[in-house]
Design a protein around this ligand. Structure first.
Ligand SMILES: [Zn+2]
Length: 65
């Protein structure tokens, strides 16, 4: 997927079993993906966000632990 901030970075999410770090992906009844845990780019734009029900939810200090 492309970084949602618009910087053009490609984020590779590894959701295969046995690979670390990895993310769990769940899709709801309308096929909208939810990722756990949050995605945090350690380099580049350092975006930190959640993907919940197909929507990007930006992590802000007050709602993000
Ligand atoms: Zn970015």
């Amino acid at each position: 997927m492309q970084c949602p901030c618009g910087c053009g970075e490609t984020i590779e999410l590894m959701i295969m079993e046995g690979v670390y770090p990895r993310w769990d992906i769940q899709t709801d009844t309308r096929n909208r993906p939810t990722l756990y845990p949050s995605v945090w780019l350690k380099s580049g734009c350092r975006s930190h966000f959640w993907l919940r029900k197909g929507r990007v939810v930006w992590c802000k200090p007050e709602n993000c632990v």
